[in-house]
Design a binder for this molecule. Structure first.
Ligand code: PLP
Length: 402
């Protein structure tokens, strides 16, 4: 009955999400998830599953099977710890932020003799310092763990250089590429990186819930040496299922998410990895220019490859914790603030995945408006104008197809 109807919906509540995961979904990805559920042994799903497994290696730039788990990115990270750590044995973590610390927590949880090689949050991991730390150990670790895109600070590490150091010392490098895969180049096979892990909800333009581990033969062999202490996350079990013809899985695959990923891969591969990297680089350049023009200091080193998240230090004259809250509650624009000791000190604007030029413009506009609401003076439109100039100079204002 009309009289009993709830309040009318707020038609002005349009939301914009500019966080580094979950990231916005292309409409075609959302739409396919409304299709009826498929039985995972039915030919219709097996076809999708096979197609996704065949194409994932293109994104990782590898010939490895990319092992899939129904988990978030941390699940893929945990699979590396579960398969490569033996209790009491050394593991080295090269960390410069929250997600580096997560590697250390995982290694601790699996009983490793964890050695942390820590860098300030906002700095890159220094390959020479990592080499020194490895040289100082009595015995080399089987695995060293590092982060490609440290989402907590916006820093993107030089994985190629870190891998040279680690393999030069006889260890395997496990790279957390949860936020960077598909946004910043990481040619796994060309660089010889043994393990790369990722998740579905960032540059892969899907909801959270799929975790990926691309594991070299060498790392698979190391894992097989000690096959205890794991079950669901066992790489050998996952690989055996995926290698069957047609591919199989010991567990029910997250069928709806695979449908989403199938469509997202269509989009990503149609754009082409190279062009996707260029788009991310352009969006990041515009975001950096916008932050500078707003008179804000940027957090982290000047770096043309820091193309996943742009991070601004918040000015001292505002209560920084209020900035993301105001952007969301007053303007419907969700960005992330700082984590850990950076809470209230930084604002993180993400541009990894289904993002285009106007997403950056929206984020800069809302940031400027929130800062002004909090009493910080910024010249009206200065950030947006700077971003527009970057797009004009590049002759492109990308709007990804969805
Ligand atoms: N590693 C990085 C670099 C991340 O950005 C995230 C999530 O933000 C994770 C790991 C953890 O992923 P999840 O939250 O999907 O478990």
């Amino acid at each position: 009955m009309l009289s009993q109807m709830a309040e009318p919906p707020d038609i002005f509540g349009k939301q914009y999400i500019l966080t580094a995961g979950p990231t916005p979904l292309p409409p075609s990805v959302s739409a396919v998830m409304a299709e009826p559920i498929l039985y995972h042994r039915a030919p219709a799903f097996v076809e999708i599953y096979s197609r996704v497994l065949a194409r994932l290696p293109l994104v990782f730039q590898t010939t490895n099977d990319v092992l899939c788990f129904a988990a978030t990115g941390t699940g893929a990270m945990e699979s590396a710890a579960a398969n490569l750590i033996a209790p009491g044995e050394p593991a080295v973590i090269a960390s410069c932020g929250k997600f580096g610390e997560r590697w250390a927590e995982l290694c601790d949880a699996y009983g490793a003799d964890t050695h942390r090689v820590d860098f300030e949050w906002g700095e890159k991991v220094e390959p020479a310092a990592l080499d020194e730390a490895l040289a100082a150990l009595d015995r080399p670790p089987r695995a060293v763990f590092a982060t490609q895109s440290e989402t907590s600070t916006g820093v993107v590490n030089d994985i190629r250089a870190l891998n040279e150091v680690v393999t030069g010392r006889g260890s395997v490098l496990c790279v957390d590429a949860v936020s960077g895969l598909g946004a910043v180049d990481l040619p796994q096979d060309e660089w010889g990186v043994d393990v790369v892990v990722a998740g579905s909800q960032k540059s892969l333009m899907c909801p959270p819930g799929l975790a990926f581990a691309s594991v070299s033969e060498r790392a698979m062999a190391l894992a097989a040496e000690r096959a205890r202490g794991r079950y669901y996350l066992d790489w050998g079990r996952a690989a055996a299922g995926q290698k069957e013809e047609p591919p199989n899985s010991a567990f029910t695959p997250a069928v709806t998410l695979f449908r989403a990923l199938d469509v997202a891969l269509d989009l990503l591969l149609a754009e082409g990895l190279e062009r996707a990297f260029e788009r991310h680089a352009l969006l990041a350049r515009a975001a950096r220019a916008g932050v500078d023009a707003l008179g804000l200091e940027r957090f982290g080193p000047e770096d043309e490859s820091a193309n996943v998240v742009t991070v601004a230090r918040l000015p001292d004259d505002v209560d920084g914790a209020k900035v993301p809250k105001l952007m969301r509650d007053s303007y419907g624009v969700t960005i992330a603030g700082g984590q850990g000791h950076l809470k209230g000190k930084i604002a993180r604007i993400a541009h990894c995945g289904y993002y285009g030029a106007f997403d950056v413009v929206i984020a800069l506009t809302a940031l400027e408006m929130a800062l002004r609401d909090l009493g910080h003076e910024a010249e009206a439109g200065s950030g947006v104008a700077a971003a527009q100039r970057v797009f004009a100079e590049a002759g492109a204002a990308p709007t990804p197809v969805g």
